[in-house]
Design a protein around this ligand. Sequence first.
Ligand code: SF4
Ligand code: SF4
Ligand code: SF4
Length: 542
Amino acid sequence: MQTRYLKSFRVIISLFFLVVSTLIFIDFRNSFSEGFISSFLFLQFAPSVVKVLQVAGLSALGFLVILLLTMLFGRVYCSTICPLGIFQDVVSWLSVKLRRKKWPYRYAKPHTVLRYSLLGLTVVFMLFGSILILSLLDPYSNFGRFVTYFGKPVALGLNNWVAPMLVSGGVYTLYPVTLPAIRWEVMLFPLLMLVLVVWLSLKYGRLYCNTVCPVGTLLGYLSRFSLLQIYIDEQACSKCGRCDRVCKSSCMSFRDGSVDFSRCVACYNCLKICPDNAVKYSARHGRKISLIDKDYLPSPEKIDVTAKPAENPVVDDSKRSFILTSLLVFFGINRFARAGTDDIPEPEQDTTIPEKKNYPVSPPGSVSLKHFNSACTACTLCVGVCPTHVLQPSLLEYGVGGFLQPHMDFHAGFCNFDCTSCGEVCPTGAILPLSVDDKHVAQIGVVKFERENCVVYTDNTSCGACSEHCPTRACDMVPYIGELTIPEVDESTCIGCGACEYICPTRPYRAIYVDGNPIHKTAERPKTERVEQEVDYEDFPF
Ligand code: SF4
Ligand code: SF4
Ligand code: SF4
């Protein structure tokens, strides 16, 4: 193949990866199977590295494929597979088109100290068992958060806007969908990163990849030794400077014929643009590669990485307004997900005894808090596939080290008894796959009952919602006064699914709630058969 066609080849593959990655995170209709998602994400570098540290097996070896590709061709992961890298290319391309600036870049010195410091910090944290820095900087996980927090609500809003129009025209392909509100606090960091990434790519092409991204720095270091490398044939070069000006990594200096291949993201723009065919891509053996940076060109203006993001668009809870409500309806945000609970009593008074939760609840299959916190890069894929929206990004529920990692929020949903989706898609092994049978006894927490908060006790009225919705009968109703019955809980058969906590009508504190198991356990099998019922997730848990 003529090397000048490599760019077209690269663009086609990268668009495929970008579009499918985006659709996987946006997929609010569960169109992709868990098996497809898991296979497609096999090549994502950081999740694969983390997974291989947790579980042995072929499914965890995607990073070896990427290392091999890098040793052969350079950073093709960055140009064709990494969704954040391709996203930056799209932003840069749009900026070039809108500004009508044909030659936007020029050679710049590398930020060597910063990039290797961030990589070192990431590795040191991992050696001490913390994945925090990796999850904050990992390109795949950042991309996942961007799509989940900002792209998905927009896609969902468009869906909910178009669906009624189609329905009125007799087309029933689309239907309105709801999405639970995500706390605005957890959206701040992803918003800051989105602003930073977009700004850097608008002004400097792939500077994020060559300064901040630990994956880019590691692959960049290895690509210095790759078999094929890009170089300038000085005999053929007429010094027109075009390669220099289309290099989005600012790593090509036509004046002295050098290419800093550690920063080259294998976009192949230079191969295509050179009128003299002087940019080569071939085996480096026997050829001297200049990795020394010349400083005849001024370094780019100092980048203010502390730039403030746009003002957070999410309105504070205390200032809910008609506009917010309208927006939430547009976006289908499910703040009223407990609709359909007419037969549950409305408590006459607020509860006064706080819930005593000692541990957060991590998803079924996550083994223990320690395992989960050391393996989850907070990509939010599981948050997106969870059919009941019980998985929610955390703020400090797990402590600082678990920032943004999903936790089970039983005020937002409950864990469906038969569902195993999150474990099937998690690319890092933070949530391990469970069979449905194992899931039925995977005890992620245990139920606690606070009798003096229960409406049966406070209002002398019948309720029993918790017992009715418990899939293992760990919560049962026993005689109380006269005809009334009151809950009695059995921790041994409770699996901590949170159905009772979700449905319990008492506020602000639930009368029944789940305390997390720091190490997941196996519950005893239910003594009575569960009655299978149809589930309508939009209305009610079971
Ligand atoms: S647990 Fe969820 S957020 Fe964490 S890495 Fe796995 S899929 Fe991503
Ligand atoms: S197993 Fe539970 S937490 Fe995981 S996706 Fe299913 S319902 Fe959500
Ligand atoms: S604990 Fe059970 S019975 Fe008591 S108020 Fe909550 S749902 Fe109703």
